[in-house]
Ligand binder design. Structure first.
Ligand code: HPA
Length: 278
């Protein structure tokens, strides 16, 4: 990216921001990314405005999935939120900058906090299918990241710190919510891969040895973009399959969706509970 394209990226963000701003009925303070397992949150929201991605200038548009994504703006847990219904994955062919675009636009709209969810495979033998886990750190195995290229100092520093990407205050609040509600919830390290294939036994064994508790195909690009801009981050994973190399079973998308549906009520309760307490 040349300095020309840096300017172009700024212009594109500014156009998306002014398009959304002109329509906003409220000022959202939280960005929610509804990954697999958080779809139900959209139903809990009091939605004031829906913006299909394809109407927003320069927003990435889903070409792979059958239903198009949209931004939902409204209230959840009594707080003004903007939710992304439908997210972008690296394996779909989006660039890291495209994946980061909505997060950067959200920050320019005044949003300071990212709440992100995903489906993932469990590597930690103490985890069971259908459990939920707070992400307390990550390993980026995507082989790419959204900060490559000329740095835009308007967004953040060239060499951002990553010593605590997941905000301690939010981790503590989420822990307390789960404890009070009697919800079993783990904490651990999320390792991001590109996918789209599931991993081999040898890869799962290797990832576990590296210190990962779960593995998935999303989240880390958005978190890196958010931390670059000094946003606060809370990440929650749903364990949809058990990736234990010595007893590995084949896994289908239906299995993943079924486990995500099992965990959805607990996940929803934690996210709504955190928003209520903030
Ligand atoms: N690996 C990678 N991504 C995933 C998995 C997995 O086992 N399960 C759900 N998303």
């Amino acid at each position: 990216m040349s300095s020309n394209s840096l300017q172009q990226a700024r212009n594109q963000r500014a156009e998306a921001v002014s398009f959304i701003k002109e329509r906003l009925p409220i000022d959202p303070e939280y960005l929610l990314i509804l990954g697999t397992g958080l779809g139900q949150l959209a139903e809990e929201m009091t939605v004031e405005l829906e913006l299909p991605y394809e109407e927003i200038p320069h927003f990435p548009v889903s070409t792979v999935e059958s239903h198009a994504g949209k931004l939902l703006i409204g209230y959840l847990g009594g707080k003004p939120v903007m939710a992304m219904q439908g997210r972008f994955h690296y394996y779909e062919g989006y660039s890291m900058n495209q994946i980061a675009f909505p997060i950067r636009v959200a920050k320019m709209l005044g949003i300071q906090t990212l709440l992100v969810s995903n489906a993932c495979g469990g590597l930690n033998p103490n985890f069971e299918r259908g459990d939920i886990m707070l992400i307390n750190d990550h390993i980026n195995f995507l082989g790419d990241n959204p900060l490559i290229g000329p740095n835009d100092p308007d967004l953040g520093p060239r060499f951002p710190d990553m010593s605590q990407p997941y905000t301690e205050r939010l981790l503590a609040t989420a822990e307390q919510v789960a404890l009070d509600a009697g919800i079993k919830m783990h904490q651990g390290v999320y390792l991001a891969v590109s996918g789209p294939m599931m991993e081999t036994k040898a890869e799962y064994r290797y990832m576990r040895q590296l210190g990962a508790d779960v593995v998935g195909m999303s989240t880390v690009p958005e978190v890196i973009a958010a931390v670059h801009m000094s946003m606060e981050v809370l990440g929650i994973s749903v364990i949809t399959d058990e990736c234990f190399p010595d007893s590995l079973e084949p896994v289908s998308l239906d299995d993943v969706l079924e486990a995500a549906a099992m965990a959805e009520p607990q996940l929803t309760r934690v996210v709504v509970g955190v928003l209520e307490r903030l």
